[in-house]
Design a protein around this ligand. Sequence first.
Ligand code: HEC
Ligand code: HEC
Length: 435
Amino acid sequence: MIGSRCFESTIGGSRLVFRSWLSVRCHSSVLRLAVSSAMAMWMASTAVAGPAVTLGVDPLTNGLPGSGPLTVGEIQTWLSDPANHEVLDVKLPLGMSLGQTQMKGLEQNPMTRAKIELGRQLYFDPRLSADKSVSCASCHHPQEGFSRHTQFGIGIQSQEGGRNSPVSYNRILSDKQFWDGRAGSLEEQAVGPIANPIEMGNSHDACVAMLKEIPGYKLQFEKIFPDRGITIDSVGLAIAAFERAIVTGPSPYDYREAFKRFADLDPEDLADMKEDDPELYADYLNARKLVAENPMSESAVRGQDLFFSKRVGCSNCHVGANFADEQYHNLGIGMDKESPDLGRFVVTKVEKDKGAFKTPTIRNVAFSAPYMHDGSLRTLEEVVEHYNKGGTPNPWLSDKMTPLKLNAQEKLDLVEFMRACTGSFPQIASGRLPE
Ligand code: HEC
Ligand code: HEC
């Protein structure tokens, strides 16, 4: 992490030379890390061809231009452009880019503009549900942090589930889905809610039959999945491709991290750099500007130190580009109930997994209250209190959970840090569905 942090935008092209120029002034271990991350980037970039796009930045999820329902004519024109079927060479924006070599599912389900757009339509289309009232966005709405501010998911006929809606962004760095990881992939996850009686309440067969009745969908599926046409699997592939395109952009934390490689340079170094490498100097100026425009408060900076410290250790689990280890831990949430949700255990039947749930991301977490698998904590302050007391005692509590003895200021600082992990969201059109 440290290596790629330090050399984020210097990898590749003419700047290779100056990577070592800078590293003389950094530590020597950084050079080794930079070389290995450059190798990893190179290996990843040779695996896919096609036009490069940066997720969360390039307009992949904006829908087709215009307004109102999508007509068959518009869809035909869209599908007839070969550029919309080219496999995209996917890049992640600053911050998430630390996970560039860990993207999931792209080989099995390559991303194209046409597939992402089809997935976008399906995601927002309530016709996929039994009574045409509920879409994926009903519980993972862009305006509610891609989750929902209710304690539990609310499906057709206002039925309530037993778990809180997690966020549907940054899924590209995550393979197993759901709080208990019971879906092995995003594709498998995407078709689950359609047939879940308390979510969209439909059957897969009825959903497929409905889609076949809509000419705009029929055309798209036949062109995008020539071997399959409309099947529930192709529905899953399209929705997953759209979800992988929902990647969140840099936060104040990321801008500050990206600037760190320049932070120790003295005026003399900077003068040398300006003369020897104007391009790198321009990078420096840009990074400095971005930090100034997206500042982290002193409290947030202290919170960051706590978050990553050995003493507080949030980063024992909230780690990596998406602040999530993709593992399952028991924090004791809901374990004081009479018959607690046993989480991962229900999937694995392994004793130690009792009450363990998947670590969620910290990115943009300020937008997705309430928190935890059961939505039982209403604010980030309450979350910090839960950690401060060392979780809720139970026989399977993670050994990483111990009382933290945080003072009032430290608690505030941790919350401030989490707020500083708020980045930009991609533009997403929720309208324009096939007529
Ligand atoms: C009725 C509300 C509701 C609807 C509708 C719904 N979801 Fe969910 N979603 C949830 C809840 C609740 C969970 C967590 C369930 C669990 O873990 O058992 C979840 C989990 C997920 C996850 C897993 C995220 C993670 O971190 O593991 C993804 C991705 C997702 N939903 C996408 C979708 C898509 C795509 C659709 C439409 C096909 C959809 N959801 C429809 C409520 C809903
Ligand atoms: C042992 C691993 C672990 C450690 C250490 C840890 N977390 Fe978590 N975190 C998780 C898991 C797992 C969940 C979900 C638990 C559940 O729902 O039962 C979670 C949930 C959260 C949530 C709620 C997110 C949401 O979308 O609902 C926040 C916020 C959070 N943690 C912040 C922190 C902070 C701050 C620290 C340090 C004080 C920390 N975590 C330490 C594993 C951990």
